[in-house]
Design a protein around this ligand. Structure first.
Ligand SMILES: O=P(O)(O)O[C@H]1[C@H](OP(=O)(O)O)[C@@H](OP(=O)(O)O)[C@H](O)[C@@H](O)[C@H]1OP(=O)(O)O
Length: 469
């Protein structure tokens, strides 16, 4: 394990931990007698640059690091300046471009029925949010999935005056294949950016801002004291804000450049594990299943998924073979919560008025009381009272580096019986980060189509027409 395995939601895809009970799709054959028919996938964009908020947070270290008298760290501190330009804030990084291209290439090779032989807009729906890191990820994925059109331009000596080359037989050269991207307006995208359209979620985020700040300050106090000693800055202590900024610098140096011997070397392995836990708790509270407001808003996406598979069950066949969505952590996380993939809300988390909405993710047992603190956290002694998850070295299911690394992806693959053999039901396999995983509620490590639709129905219930534009 290296520091890159402890970066929570800033973990590059190559360093993601494996989901529990996972079987690689590359070493697990298709079910005997079946062939893939429809792939519905939601993918977080690839590794990106830090957001402007984080760039500004790290830039403040220019007032701290140069004053350090630490002999051990002078070699990197003396030349350190804020290295991230706000002009690049949030954009897809080269690491992310390659992550997406390679993912497209791998999936094309694994599922030729779905991706081959070439791209066709009616067979392959590629949908992204109107945020450049997501649409660029979709474009990079498509470059890998459909590297060449069926034909390329003649290699003959064609000039603009000689247009007859259009009539000449093409030689099979790799002509890059343009792919049509579909996207809804950034602030009006109920399918992939529902987290921007939910007043209840916005209010919830506002209610947890202060408790999370108090939680982070309390949890970073000890490491701040250690940094005060290590950095040895005359007349100045290192505070929790400084420690948080140094942890951000470690995350981004490690994620984007593989540099782990500078900011990251300020922390012991135990401190790194603790800082990862703090990041995971913040991620859980803001984007996990702490309260229904944080995941019920994903119902329109679940409804869209359900509709795609319902059409198949009605025998409609002229459908896309692939529906590929490229979005954000706040898209994928609520969907995983609704489906109960990594620690589950109840069976009907968004229609019942009172449900168990937080569980002890260590054991997966439902919480003792069935009240959901739907009014946010004002005045609670959170997190001492909440079963968020115990500190390391205790293990936990909820790891940001497994559930939502850069490039994280959730897919449902429908298999039909070859030659539509009678008596064999269509099957739906759940795939997470290119691994088959069980879907809670399925009788096997896959679902029969009818079973799958029955699981989705109550979870996507109550979606208004306005929510599914
Ligand atoms: O802490 P930052 O500003 O990096 O948080 C980002 C989100 O990144 P994440 O915290 O999930 O690693 C970013 O999600 P992404 O999937 O698009 O990378 C989100 O879009 C952005 O608004 C920031 O989220 P925040 O919670 O609003 O800070």
């Amino acid at each position: 394990m290296t520091v890159q395995n402890f970066l929570s939601s800033r973990t590059p895809y190559a360093f993601a931990d494996c989901p529990p009970q996972a079987r690689s799709i590359y070493t697990t054959p298709d079910p005997a007698g079946y062939e893939p028919q429809l792939l519905y996938q939601v993918t977080r964009h690839g590794t990106r640059m830090p957001t402007a908020k984080r760039i500004r947070q790290m830039a403040k270290l220019e007032n701290l690091l140069p004053q350090s008298r630490s002999p051990e760290h002078q070699w990197w501190i003396r030349n350190w300046t804020a290295t991230f330009d706000e002009l690049d804030a949030g954009y897809l990084h080269a690491v992310g471009e390659i992550e997406m291209q390679k993912m497209g290439q791998r999936l094309r090779d694994r599922f030729p029925h779905i991706f081959g032989p070439t791209y066709h807009p009616r067979q392959h729906a590629v949908i992204s949010t109107q945020v450049p890191r997501a649409s660029a990820s979709a474009s990079a994925f498509a470059q890998g999935a459909w590297p060449c059109a069926a034909e390329g331009p003649s290699s003959g000596n064609t000039t603009t005056s000689d247009l007859t080359y259009q009539l000449q037989p093409f030689e099979s050269l790799c002509r890059p294949q343009p792919v049509a991207l579909t996207m809804m307006p950034k602030e009006a995208d109920p399918l992939l950016r529902f987290f921007k359209l939910s007043p209840a979620y916005t209010a919830y985020l506002g209610s947890v801002r202060q408790p999370l700040r108090a939680f982070r300050d309390r949890e970073l106090r000890a490491v701040a004291e250690q940094l005060t000693h290590t950095l040895d800055i005359p007349g100045r202590n290192v505070g929790p804000d400084d420690a948080a900024a140094l942890w951000q610098l470690c995350q981004w140096q490690a994620a984007l450049s593989g540099i782990t011997d500078q900011a990251c070397s300020l922390f012991s392995p135990e401190e790194i594990e603790h800082l990862e836990w703090v990041s995971d708790v913040e991620l859980f509270v803001k984007k996990g299943y702490a309260v229904p407001e944080a995941f019920c808003m994903a119902r329109p996406l679940l409804q869209d998924l359900s509709s795609a598979f319902q059409a198949i069950s009605r025998g409609e066949t002229a459908l896309p073979k692939a529906r590929l969505h490229f979005a954000h952590a706040e898209t994928l996380l609520p969907l995983t919560s609704l489906l109960g993939l990594f620690g589950a809300p109840g069976a009907m988390p968004c229609t019942a008025s009172r449900t168990n909405c937080h569980t002890d993710s260590m054991t997966g047992e439902e919480a003792s009381d069935d009240t959901c603190p739907t009014d946010g956290l004002e005045g609670t002694a959170w997190p001492d009272t909440w079963p968020i998850f115990p500190r390391p070295p205790a293990t936990r299911i909820w790891h940001g580096n497994m559930i939502v690394p850069f490039g994280a992806n959730l897919a449902f693959l429908l298999y039909r019986p070859i030659n539509n053999a009678a008596g064999r039901p269509p099957l739906v396999f759940t795939i997470y980060n290119e691994h088959y995983i069980p879907l809670p509620g399925c009788a096997h490590d896959y679902c029969e189509l009818k079973e799958f639709l029955a699981i989705l129905e109550p979870k996507s219930k109550g979606v208004t027409a306005a929510e599914v534009q």
